[in-house]
Design a protein around this ligand. Structure first.
Ligand code: DAH
Length: 351
């Protein structure tokens, strides 16, 4: 093949390549012209050795030119085919803007968590700091330090879930699921010196059958204030202020004498029944009583103060403890405490 023939070959190849319809056609052209075994150019290269030396440089250069032109043509066509394929693909893809969007479902706090936060918030406005404590408790804090030694009849009031002690089953140091948040009174007083103003929301456990207003796992809030000149009037004022913030001024509050071993005197707070407002003698919420017991309270017993090393002639204090679920029920009108824990999203998402 002479130099001109090589140029003609390259022209033909370029025309053919530019017209290649797809990748397969392009590949066939590559093999035909540049293929190592039978490609037209390798045939030409093989001829190089048989030429007389003076002719070799010019011929070699011509082969090289042809090769470069064919390679460029291949590259250009390959890019063109790729662009066309991409354009076709993009042309077919369409965003369907008429599709309804997927709803983003934002979660929210459980109504009992909401109530706990509200209780904390309201007591914060009255100067009380929120503190938390252990749910698994020593008998000592749950009972003994609160003037309820082993064998004391008041223990029957708190049906207890006892736990076998993982720290060696030492029967002299029994542990339990705390039956109320009151043990935190003692823990806080052991840790701090007066003045103290704390509120402790938290989970409690009782070995008890459930009904419309009782659960075996439930939440309480505990309040404790210790200072030098606190009286029953401070206790009443604090709880009235709290009740008014939670329920508004309409809800009636009953404050009357009660007994708890760790307060003296002790009192009980009740709200008028939200379900029947005292009108239904068969009411399944209040049992026809018209009142729902909401909290126990009183002045911290001098023996409790002495046990943590406080001088009761110098310090006095008041304490109170009530059920979080009862507040949530009063606020939402929920007729049954169990609704909060059945985890039916249709019920819970209303709040
Ligand atoms: N812990 C008591 C209970 O669960 C309620 C209670 C009564 C708490 C009197 C107090 C208190 O702080 O002073 O039944």
């Amino acid at each position: 093949m002479a130099g001109q023939d090589l140029k003609a070959l390259a022209d033909r190849a370029a025309t053919e390549i530019a017209a290649a319809a797809d990748e397969a056609a392009l590949e066939a052209s590559r093999v035909r012209y540049l293929g190592r075994k039978e490609g037209a150019l390798s045939e030409a290269t093989k001829k190089l050795a048989s030429l007389p030396p003076p002719e070799r440089p010019a011929y070699g250069a011509a082969v090289n030119d042809a090769k470069i032109r064919i390679e460029k043509a291949l590259e250009a066509r390959e890019a063109a085919l790729r662009d066309a394929a991409l354009a076709r693909e993009l042309g077919q893809e369409r965003e369907d803007l008429s599709l309804p969007p997927r709803r983003v479902r934002l979660g929210r706090l459980h109504p009992i968590s909401q109530t706990m936060r509200e209780v904390s918030r309201i007591f914060a406005t009255l100067g009380f700091e929120t503190v938390e404590g252990p749910e698994i408790e020593w008998d000592y804090y749950n009972f003994e330090a609160l003037n309820i030694p082993p064998g004391h009849p008041a223990r029957e009031k708190w049906q207890t879930l006892w736990i076998s002690n993982p720290l060696g089953d030492d029967p002299s140091r029994p542990i339990l699921g705390r039956t109320h948040t009151s043990p935190m009174q003692v823990r806080i007083m052991e840790e701090r010196r007066p003045p103290i103003r704390v509120v402790i929301p938290g989970r409690c456990y009782r070995y008890e059958a459930t009904d419309a207003i009782r659960e075996s796992i439930f939440f309480q809030y505990e309040g404790l204030a210790i200072d030098e000149k606190l009286t029953m009037a401070d206790l009443k004022g604090t709880l009235y202020a709290f009740a008014r913030q939670v329920f508004g001024s309409d809800r009636k509050i009953r404050f009357r004498v009660d007994y708890f071993p760790f307060t003296e005197p002790s009192a009980e707070i009740a709200f008028d029944c939200f379900a029947c407002e005292g009108k239904d003698p068969n009411c399944h919420v209040c049992g026809g009583d018209g009142w729902i017991e909401a909290a126990g309270c009183g002045m911290v017993h001098p023996d409790v103060l002495r046990r943590v090393g406080y001088d009761p002639t110098r310090y006095q204090g008041f304490a109170f403890g009530g059920g979080i679920e009862r507040i949530a029920m009063l606020k939402t009108g929920a007729p049954d405490i169990r609704l909060f824990y059945q985890n039916d999203i249709r019920y819970l998402e209303q709040f």
